[in-house]
Design a protein around this ligand. Structure first.
Ligand code: GLV
Ligand code: GLV
Length: 324
């Protein structure tokens, strides 16, 4: 008998077809991810699960999943998975690194550009019928080329954004990361390492957050940190909701503490701090940084391939748990 797996969120039909060649699949053919009880009630009898960020797997969920051996998360971030609990239960987890790096970096840069140059605000202005005349001071934004790019979280995606900024737009780069880049990469990116995030916040014209979410990153950027930024600066979050205190950010945007912000992720998404809607100087997008058909398909295939590899060879391709 073939292993039974759960596909807990809707996904590409061709990826389901691939999984069906190896597994007995319970697919989610609805429009909505199975979460909570709808998810946990389907875990008994399943040895594997294809997940998205929608499903939480912690000790409590694992208590409902006596047969589970492997979960494949269709995302590079995996803060929805409690890794120590998975390791404790002997369940392997994988993510989808690399395949989304450049696409996500493209979006990070798009959000930076849209925020600095007020693209969505300008469109709303035009659509609302406010455009009566050309004016020398209409919707003045801030420079991107030649400015100072600040990156907090210099992983693969952060480096992709850095490369675009430094080589494409002549920006200077200051970054903060748990570990410093190797000398060759630092020199390629003309990168200045800041031992503290505060130094990045003080010096950068545009601050991009690309760090993985950990409990220690909760509200890493709050009112006190935003106050360190230049009044002309922009703040971009494509990392995870909860890293920025969105309510404090909305207040700072209203007060003019910083010029603008661009957010693709929100604390409690798809809910978000409604105060943000009161701010014209924020660009808001619904967690779409990796959302091209090509990349989402690659992510879904990589998640499926992780399940297939694990159940055929005993090794996941891109595990995030450590073997015991
Ligand atoms: C999306 O946020 C991801 O982690 O892939
Ligand atoms: C994710 O790929 C990262 O390291 O930023």
């Amino acid at each position: 008998e073939r292993p039974h797996i759960l596909v807990a969120s809707p996904t590409f039909p061709e990826v389901l077809d691939k999984l069906r060649q190896h597994f007995d699949v319970e697919p989610n053919l609805s429009d909505d991810a199975w979460t909570g009880e709808a998810f946990t009630s389907r875990l008994p009898g399943k040895v594997g699960a294809f997940l998205t960020g929608a499903q939480t797997v912690n000790a409590e969920v694992l208590a409902h999943a006596p047969d589970l051996k492997m979960v494949a998360n269709m995302a590079v971030g995996y803060n929805n998975l409690e890794i120590p609990a998975l390791e404790q239960a002997g369940v392997v987890a994988s993510n989808t690194p690399d395949v989304l790096t450049e696409t996500t970096a493209d979006f990070g840069f798009a959000l930076l550009m849209a925020t600095a140059r007020r693209v969505t605000e300008a469109e709303h202005y035009l659509r609302a019928g406010h455009w009566g005349k050309w004016s020398y001071d209409l919707l003045l934004g801030s420079e991107v080329h030649g400015s100072t790019l600040g990156i907090i979280g210099m992983g693969r995606i952060g480096q992709g954004i850095a490369r675009r900024g430094v080589h494409g737009f002549g920006m200077s780069l200051i970054y903060h990361n748990r570990s410093q880049l190797d000398a060759a990469t630092e020199s390629e990116l003309k990168a200045h390492y800041a031992p503290t995030k505060e130094e990045v916040l003080r010096q950068a014209d545009h601050v991009v957050l690309v760090l993985p979410y950990t409990p220690a990153a909760y509200h890493l950027i709050g009112a006190a940190e935003i106050a360190l930024m230049k009044p002309t600066a922009t703040l971009i979050n494509i990392a995870r909701g909860g890293i920025v205190d969105d309510k404090a950010l909305a207040q700072a945007l209203q007060a003019g503490t910083i010029a603008a912000a661009g957010l693709d992720v929100f604390e409690g998404e798809p809910a978000f701090a409604k105060e943000l809607l009161e701010c014209n100087n924020v660009v808001l997008t619904p967690h779409i940084a990796s959302a091209t058909r090509t990349t989402r398909l690659k992510m879904a295939h990589l998640a499926a391939d992780n399940l297939i590899a694990f159940f055929t060879t005993g090794q996941a391709l891109t595990p995030v748990t450590t073997a015991r």
